[in-house]
Design a protein around this ligand. Structure first.
Ligand code: HEC
Ligand code: HEC
Length: 296
């Protein structure tokens, strides 16, 4: 009897171990995944919408048109401190030696060229929706930016968060295969959803998180504690915010609210980026915002 139980326990442990190994295995893309030839002009718009510079550019470095993506910005979280790495075209310190497949895999799967999981402080759960064309355009644009020799700083994380393999479990729990907003949508709303949930990762700030750092999808865009510890990131679900489509579009263009307050904090940077997009994209974002569910 004891031997049977022991065998059963060993078997269960082996299956659990295998399952852990399978679940945490970093996803790959076929080596011959070809990105379409990149257009750096559209790539600059993708870069703005996706807010890459807010985390990866050294403040005050380079010009607004040619930010130096040397990284260094620190993100304090409950799990430790993350530092945004150098993603400039420098072949050693940055990502200059990466292939297009390396780039697409990092951005849409959250997996590094050497097969490790990235931490979700890099919002790849949103970028997972990025189209191959936009991904190729983005890389073409980033290759035009200045190279920086600044060496990336290692993160400062405690055990077990320092073990990247465990992130495979986090991904299974938190990487959504489909968009949050479902239902019959107009072409404009579909475009707005791509910008909001994909490129611009609005919910990374506007949706609260659970204990594991995943988004609480039942409170989509209903506000969250501010990462700075001061105040709250506002609830922007339509019934609570009460803004019209024109109010929203105007805010995304100028940062002015219907009460003529101007956007502050991290939102000011988001608006600087949204202002670079075509008017039709800001209107699409507004149309999306009016379709999400009101959560109080
Ligand atoms: C909210 C902050 C934030 C934003 C926005 C962001 N990143 Fe990152 N990114 C990070 C952090 C933090 C890491 C480190 C992740 C890790 O080490 O696991 C990272 C890692 C990366 C890496 C891996 C670099 C390496 O050396 O392995 C690439 C490539 C990258 N980001 C590109 C981008 C691009 C392109 C964008 C815009 C589409 C972007 N990031 C937007 C925070 C951000
Ligand atoms: C990096 C974090 C961050 C991201 C990303 C972000 N926001 Fe915000 N948002 C904020 C903060 C902080 C405020 C409060 C601004 C203030 O106090 O003026 C805000 C305010 C707003 C407001 C005004 C709410 C009010 O009551 O005044 C709207 C609307 C809004 N955001 C929409 C969006 C949309 C749409 C996106 C994606 C395109 C987005 N935000 C992405 C942090 C963020």
């Amino acid at each position: 009897m004891i031997r049977v139980l022991l065998r059963l326990a060993l078997f269960t442990a082996a299956v659990a171990g295998l399952a852990f190994w399978a679940v945490t295995r970093p996803a790959t893309l076929p080596a011959d995944t070809a990105l379409p030839a990149g257009d750096p002009v559209n790539g600059a718009l993708v870069f703005a919408a996706a807010g890459c510079a807010s985390c990866h550019a050294e403040p005050g470095s380079g010009s607004p048109d040619a930010p130096v993506l040397s990284g260094g910005r620190a993100f304090k979280t409950d799990f430790g401190t993350f530092y945004a790495p150098n993603i400039s075209p420098d072949p050693d310190a940055g990502i200059g030696s990466w292939t297009e497949v390396d780039f697409a895999r990092a951005l849409t799967k959250g997996v590094s060229p050497d097969g490790q999981h990235y931490y979700p402080a890099f919002p790849y759960t949103a970028y997972a929706f990025m189209t191959p064309q936009d991904t190729g355009d983005l890389l073409a644009y980033m290759r035009t930016l200045p190279a920086s020799p600044t060496v990336s700083q290692p993160h400062d994380l405690g055990f077990p968060f320092s073990i990247r393999r465990g992130l495979g479990v986090w991904k299974v729990l938190n990487q959504s295969a489909d968009y949050h907003l479902q239902g019959e949508l107009s072409e404009q709303e579909v475009r707005g959803r791509y910008i909001a949930e994909g490129l611009a990762h609005c919910s990374e700030c506007h949706t609260e998180r659970d204990a594991l750092g995943g988004l609480n999808r039942s409170r989509w865009m209903a506000g969250a504690p501010s990462p700075t510890g001061k105040g709250r990131i506002p609830n922007i679900t339509p019934g609570v915010l009460g803004w019209s489509e024109a109010d929203l579009t105007a805010y995304f263009t100028s940062g002015l609210t219907p009460e003529y307050d101007s956007a502050g904090g991290d939102m000011a940077v988001v608006i600087e980026n949204l202002a670079k997009l075509p008017e039709a994209d800001r209107a699409a974002l507004a149309a999306y915002m009016l379709r999400i569910e009101t959560v109080r």
